[in-house]
Write a protein that binds this ligand. Structure first.
Ligand SMILES: NC(=O)c1ccc[n+]([C@@H]2O[C@H](COP(=O)([O-])OP(=O)(O)OC[C@H]3O[C@@H](n4cnc5c(N)ncnc54)[C@H](OP(=O)(O)O)[C@@H]3O)[C@@H](O)[C@H]2O)c1
Length: 253
C-alpha cells in the first residue's frame, strides 16, 4: 500500500494487536494514506491508539463496534462526511475474537457468538461501506488497495485442506469454522463486485504475538506488519477472490 497511492484506509479493531500495528505501520508509510480511519469499540479506552493519533494528523479515530448496527451506521455517516466524493479506497475487516473450544467443549452459544463477530459482522460492515468503496472504485483504474479493496482478516486455521496437518487448531472449533465461512464471504464478494472492480481477498496475517495469538507466536506485531503491508501494496486483479498468507502466497482453501 505504501508504493501505490491509497488515499484512505479504514481498519476495524484498532485498539490493540494487529489492528493497532497496521495503523502504526501505515501512519509512517511513505507515502502514507491521506486518511487512516482507525476504528475501535471503546475509543476512550484505546490509549495507545489515541497517543498515536496525536502524533499523526492523518489518523482519525472513530467508534465502531462491528456487531452493533447503529454503531456501523454512525461510522459510515462520519466516514462519508470525512471523505466526501472521493469514497473509501480500502476496508480492512480486522476485528475479531477467539473462543477456545474443542469438540467436547464446544457449545451452540460459543458458535453463535463467534459467528456474529468473526463472520456476520464482516459482511454487514462491508455492506454498509460498499457505497463508499463504489465511489472510490469509480474514480480509479486497475484493481487493488489504491482503488477499492476489501481485506478480510482470516486465518490459516480456516483452511479445509490443511485440517489434518494442523491438529493444534482442533481446540478452536468455533474460530476456525467462523473464519472458513468468512472465506466464503470473500469468494462471494469477489464475484459479486467484479463489475465494480472492487477487489476482495482473505488474508492470513501470520501467527503473531497478540492477546489472541499468544506469547508462543513466532512473530511480534512489529515484525509482522511490514510483510502484511507489502502483500496489501502488491494486490492486483489476479489476487481477487484469493486466500493469501503474509508472504503473498496462496493458502489452500
Ligand atoms: N494473532 C494471530 O496470530 C492471528 C492469526 C491469524 C488471524 N488473526 C486475525 O487477525 C485479526 C486481529 O487479531 P489480533 O491477533 O490482533 O487479535 P487481538 O489482539 O485479540 O485484537 C482483536 C481486536 O478486535 C477488536 N474487536 C473484538 N470484537 C470487536 C467488536 N465487536 N467490534 C470492534 N472491534 C472488536 C478488539 O477490540 P477490544 O480491545 O475492544 O476488545 C481488538 O482491537 C483477527 O481477525 C484474528 O482472527 C490473528
Amino acid at each position: 500500500m505504501a508504493q501505490q497511492r491509497c488515499r484512505s484506509v479504514l481498519i476495524t479493531g484498532c485498539s490493540r494487536g494487529i489492528g493497532l500495528g497496521l495503523v502504526r505501520g501505515l501512519a509512517t508509510a511513505c507515502p502514507a494514506p491521506d486518511w487512516l480511519i482507525a476504528t475501535c469499540r471503546y475509543p476512550e479506552k484505546a490509549q495507545e491508539l489515541q497517543q498515536l493519533s496525536k502524533q499523526h494528523r492523518n489518523i482519525k479515530v472513530l467508534q465502531l463496534d462491528v456487531v452493533c448496527e447503529n454503531s456501523i451506521k454512525k461510522a459510515v455517516k462520519e466516514v462519508e462526511e470525512l471523505l466526501g466524493d472521493e469514497g473509501l479506497n480500502c476496508l480492512i475487516n480486522n476485528a475479531g475474537i477467539n473462543v477456545l473450544a474443542s469438540l467436547e467443549e464446544v457449545t451452540a452459544e460459543a458458535m453463535l457468538t463467534i459467528y456474529e463477530t468473526n463472520t456476520v459482522a464482516q459482511l454487514m460492515v462491508t455492506k454498509a461501506f460498499l457505497p463508499l468503496l463504489r465511489k472510490a472504485a469509480q474514480l480509479g483504474t486497475g484493481m487493488g488497495c489504491h482503488r477499492a479493496a476489501i481485506i478480510n482478516m482470516s486465518s490459516i486455521s480456516a483452511s479445509m485442506q490443511l485440517v489434518q496437518e494442523n491438529e493444534m487448531f482442533l481446540k478452536v472449533y468455533p474460530y476456525r469454522i467462523a473464519k472458513t465461512a468468512l472465506n466464503m464471504i470473500t469468494r462471494c464478494l469477489a464475484v459479486d463486485l467484479t463489475a465494480d472492480e472492487i477487489l476482495c481477498v482473505s488474508l492470513h496475517p501470520g501467527w503473531i504475538q497478540t492477546d489472541m495469538g499468544g506469547c508462543m507466536a513466532p512473530l511480534t506485531v512489529q515484525e509482522a506488519i511490514p510483510g502484511i503491508l507489502s502483500v496489501l501494496a502488491n494486490l492486483s486483479k489476479k489476487d481477487n477472490g484469493s486466500f493469501l498468507d503474509n508472504k503473498g502466497e496462496m493458502v489452500p482453501w
